[in-house]
Design a protein around this ligand. Structure first.
Ligand code: AMP
Length: 284
């Protein structure tokens, strides 16, 4: 496995591999790897000749009051995990390497971003899209693997790839969870003991919503109310949002039908956690 820190070397190696007809599977991450990331790596390993993992805590996608400096980092551990999962290249650039000066062009996401995390984290998806345009041009992947835990990100990347004609296949991967249902996240380390016991209730609230929809509920407001009540009754935390949209278009729905997402974000004392469920709803 090779660790590469410069854009020039990474791009040169990738262009050379591509010219030979080698297929490249790419897993973008911010590091502090857990089983969610490992599942993406395993899938990429299975489906491509070469696997590239990037580890870059992208300053552009953090707001001024967010956890950029505190974001957990452990390159030595990540290195071992990547090696054990058959990664061929780790791209590990510094912020100065990625953003050497003031940008003359940035990317602005205009659809699928005025809701959910896009609304509560202004500028976040512009930062995600900007770094991905750079990373896609550097890595030259055939397939890029993204987790559905960040379902809005998957929707935005879907738009980015289609609008800018990247010759990349987007591969969405199911959310990987702890045994008690909590979605794996690098940010789970911020939870204190009490919060850690409460956090699985987020997933439970989404399961309750699913059961209610399966029983015939089609009013999004009723479903949101159910989720909100469950979280407020079981978690000492503040609900940031609970919303329901079509997926991946992220359009509002008067009545639940077709492919939908129920997504939530909840603030515990030091961790803002997100989770979602994507369902196919039959007409009543
Ligand atoms: P991050 O390092 O948090 O930016 O995540 C890197 C990639 O891993 C993103 O595509 C995430 O959606 C994905 N990911 C993070 N957590 C999970 C999870 N629990 N299950 C599946 N994918 C995940």
């Amino acid at each position: 496995m090779k660790i590469i820190t410069t854009i020039a070397e990474m791009q040169e190696q990738m262009l050379r591999l591509k010219a030979d007809g080698t297929t490249i599977g790419y897993v973008p991450t911010m590091g502090f790897l857990h089983e969610g990331h490992m599942t993406l790596m395993k899938k990429a390993r299975h489906e491509n000749d070469v696997v590239v993992l990037s580890i870059f805590v992208n300053p552009l996608q953090f707001g001024p009051t967010e956890d950029l400096d505190a974001y957990p980092r452990d390159f030595e551990r990540d290195h071992k995990i990547a090696e054990a999962h058959g990664v061929d290249f780790i791209f590990y650039p510094s912020p100065e390497e990625m953003y050497p000066g003031t940008a003359s062009i940035t990317v602005s996401v205009v659809e699928r971003t005025n809701v959910l995390c896009g609304k509560s984290r202004p500028g976040h998806f512009d930062g995600v899209a900007t770094v991905l345009v750079k990373l896609f041009n550097i890595i030259q992947a055939n397939r890029a693997y993204f987790g559905l835990k960040d379902a809005q990100q998957v929707a935005v990347v879907d738009g980015l790839i289609k609008d800018f004609n990247f010759p990349i296949q987007l591969i969405p991967v199911e959310t990987i969870r702890e045994e008690d249902g909590l979605a794996k996240s690098s940010r789970n380390v911020y939870l204190n003991d009490e919060e850690r016991t409460q956090a699985p209730e987020l997933h439970k609230s989404l399961q309750l919503a699913k059961a209610e929809i399966e029983k015939g509920e089609r009013d999004p407001k009723q479903v949101i109310e159910l989720v909100n009540t469950h979280i407020n009754n079981h978690c000492n935390a503040e609900v940031d949002y609970i919303e329901i949209y079509s997926y991946p278009g992220l359009k509002e729905l008067e009545t639940l039908a077709g492919k939908i997402i129920i997504a939530l974000a909840v603030r515990f004392s030091k961790a803002r956690l997100i989770d979602n469920i994507i369902l196919d709803v039959e007409k009543n």
